[in-house]
Design a protein around this ligand. Structure first.
Ligand code: GRF
Length: 200
């Protein structure tokens, strides 16, 4: 299975996926990394794993849809079957969602539907919730909204700093995302409406 990862930032989730492929856990190939940030650190990780990366400059496109059309063109050219969003800081359009129906995954550092959008860990921490977590889900037309594959709860410890919480959440992400991609690559995820069924 050909996989593309789309990322804007430091790329720790991207690297966790690279490691899972290298270990043979995910039966697939990360064909390329797409980034919308020229200087993102994730590119360096791609180079470390010999994965081609491409920078697509949002400024070169008149709107989100034309940007997404370019991404779709790139992914189709590489015969990509699964697009994995790993800290991709752009809202993708329904056009992209339709072109890759039930073939786009996202990871979000909260228990959705709580704390959708950016800065979720910090917002949950500041809100004073006792439990937050990680969600892996299919992508649909709305932000952080699609059918949920996995969720893992994290209890916030008394006197824990937001940095410590962030570290714990990221560790869980690095474990959970490869597991979801593995199941997808094995054809074990079935989406029915808002529910995702996992076949054994
Ligand atoms: C992760 O917390 C992920 O849940 C969110 O963006 C962050 C990306 O981190 N969507 P990294 O670039 O993979 O380190």
């Amino acid at each position: 299975m050909n996989i593309a990862v789309l990322a804007s930032g430091t790329g720790t989730n991207f690297e966790a996926l690279c490691r899972a492929v290298k270990r043979g856990d995910i039966k697939g190939k990360i064909k390329l990394l797409v980034t919308d940030v020229k200087t993102s650190y994730v590119r360096k990780r791609a180079e470390k794993y010999n994965i081609p990366w491409i920078f697509v400059d949002p400024k070169q496109f008149k709107n989100r849809e034309s940007f997404d059309k370019e991404i779709i063109k790139i992914l189709k050219k590489e015969d990509v079957e699964l697009a994995v969003l790993a800290g991709f800081m752009r809202i993708i359009t329904p056009f992209f969602v339709r072109a890759f129906k039930n073939r786009i995954l996202n990871i979000h550092p909260s228990l959705l539907p709580s704390f959708k959008g950016t800065d979720a860990i910090n917002r949950a921490y500041k809100y004073g919730v006792k439990v937050t977590g990680v969600t892996v889900h299919f992508v649909d037309d709305r932000v952080d909204n699609g059918p949920i594959i996995f969720q893992k709860a994290v209890e916030i410890r008394e006197n824990e700093s937001v940095k410590d919480l962030e570290e714990r959440i990221h560790r869980i992400e690095h474990n959970l995302y490869p597991k979801a991609v593995k199941l997808f690559s094995q054809g074990k995820l079935l989406v029915k409406g808002r529910k995702v069924f996992i076949h054994s």
